[in-house]
Design a protein around this ligand. Structure first.
Ligand SMILES: *Cc1c(COP(=O)(O)O)cnc(C)c1O
Length: 463
């Protein structure tokens, strides 16, 4: 077989397309897809040859097969999240309970009454599906579900404060990450941010001085992902709501994560619940559906009915409405909250956050033996570690956990080797995502529940 080792010997797209095995691919996948893949294989080949490599026709055809396989593989795939961050935004945040998955599949398959009133036979309200449960669980009068909490905040500000002023403490002008910055959101919502107090201290007098005839509402933002310590002061919710109401203004809290249950009763750190926020006098509270709540990506606005109705009437709301699959999942998740005893077993987010460190450590010992057989050159130890909640919820509090620490003590500079090792785990059938810290690759096992699947998946390391 002729060796292809110079740019001149690279076959044309046509020649490659007309080989019998590539023609077979064309009959299966169509000429457009196969031509694209042939072109991209040839571009790659040129680079490889210039880098001194060589190939032959059979290997080239094989590359076309592989390229097509790669293109047809779904690009969003399940992974093992062993990063130690339970609600990892880049890894899709909350894992959903089985009941929510069933509900999603159920409505995804065919028509549903997402916006149809079965009683009257007329058009219905999609926001009603989750509203009753949200109200029951939070004590709110009314609620509205949108695509995410960023949308909830944008919408609330746009509908209630456009062309007006919104005083916010300087200590709460947060950036959540992924370009969600409070001052930018305010600008996009069409309102004027009035900065109040200083970074570390804001008091009641600051707020009173900031209120004018142009003020639309007072807003408090949960400082989700950081903590200011030392000489600090902020105005409690109750005081802010009193100041707002004395001026006939609504008081809004962006809770960020927004939990529906008292986390302390599950031995987790304290976090203000949505119902606490409403009890302290908030007229509206906004929060995420896929952070501590443990549901699908969504944002919830809960509180006073007249304000919710005003927001509902806005065309912006139409642009941020959730789909039937999300609503079905959210409703199923909210249902679990009606039985707080079963909640910690059935809601994956809470189950993972409250997982017994001893159980995680036992799992680590079992897996270290299995993994050692695949990674003869590595030193694998079981280490105590601390997981994070993630997604800006409870940023400082860490949960005791156990991890596999995988190191190559024989290599003095092991950075590249570690990156290669991490990469080989990422190329498994189900990619395994850990984190590199210091001179080792770490797998925090808090979020690994499918031990059998994980072990089977490791087979891929042989290749
Ligand atoms: C996470 C967060 C948001 C954004 O919520 P998404 O659901 O990610 O859109 C907004 N505000 C605060 C305080 C947050 O913590």
């Amino acid at each position: 077989m002729t060796i292809i080792d110079t740019p001149k010997k690279i076959p044309s797209v046509n020649i490659l397309m007309n080989t019998p095995s590539v023609q077979k691919l064309v009959s299966m996948h169509g000429v457009v897809l196969v031509t694209r893949c042939v072109q991209s294989v040839l571009i790659n080949l040129r680079q490889n040859i210039l880098a001194g490599e060589s190939t032959n026709m059979a290997a080239l055809v094989q590359s076309v097969f592989e390229e097509i396989e790669r293109v047809l593989l779904p690009s969003i795939r399940p992974v093992y999240n062993l990063t130690g961050t339970v609600l990892h935004t880049n890894l899709g945040r909350a894992s959903l309970p089985e009941s929510a998955i069933r509900a999603m599949v159920n409505v995804a398959r065919g028509a549903s009454n997402v916006e149809f009133d079965l009683k009257t036979g007329k058009r219905g309200d999609r926001h009603k599906h989750a509203e009753i449960l949200i109200c029951q669980l939070t004590g709110a009068d009314a609620a509205l579900v949108v695509n995410n909490n960023a949308a909830a905040v944008l919408l609330t500000l746009n509908c209630l404060a456009r062309r007006k002023e919104v005083p916010v403490s300087r200590g709460e002008l947060i950036e959540i990450g992924g370009s969600f910055r409070m001052p930018d959101i305010m600008a996009r919502a069409g309102c004027k941010l009035v900065e109040v107090g200083t970074t570390n201290r804001t008091n009641e007098a600051d707020f009173k001085a900031a209120i004018s005839s142009r003020t639309a509402l007072i807003m408090k933002v949960h400082t989700s992902n950081f903590e200011i310590k030392g000489f600090t002061k902020s105005v409690p919710e109750r005081e802010l709501s009193r100041i707002a109401h004395n001026h006939d203004l609504p008081f809004i809290i962006d809770l960020g994560s927004g939990t529906l249950v008292d986390l302390e009763s599950y031995n987790l750190p304290h976090e203000t619940t949505v119902s606490d926020a409403l009890k302290s006098g908030a007229d509206l509270v906004t929060f995420s559906g896929d952070k501590l709540l443990g549901g699908p990506q969504s944002g919830i606005i809960a509180g006073r009915r007249d304000l919710i109705e005003k927001i509902k009437r806005s065309p912006m709301t139409r642009a941020m409405r959730p789909d039937k699959v999300t609503l079905a999942a959210l409703q199923a998740v909210l249902c679990l909250y009606t039985d707080t005893k079963r909640l910690a077993e059935e809601l994956p987010t809470l189950r993972l956050l409250t997982r017994d460190p001893v159980e995680i450590e036992n799992l680590a010992h079992r897996l270290s033996k299995v993994l050692q057989e695949y990674l003869e050159l590595c030193e694998i130890t079981v280490e105590q570690t601390y997981s994070q909640v993630g997604s800006g919820a409870l940023p400082v509090d860490m949960l005791q956990s156990a991890a596999l620490k995988i190191a190559r003590p024989d290599l003095r500079r092991s950075g590249k080797t570690l990156e290669k090792l991490a990469q080989s785990f990422r190329t498994l059938q189900i990619p395994v995502i850990g984190r590199i810290s210091g001179d080792a690759l770490w797998f925090d096992l808090r979020c690994l529940e499918d031990e059998k699947g994980f072990v089977e998946n490791l087979q891929g390391l042989k290749a």
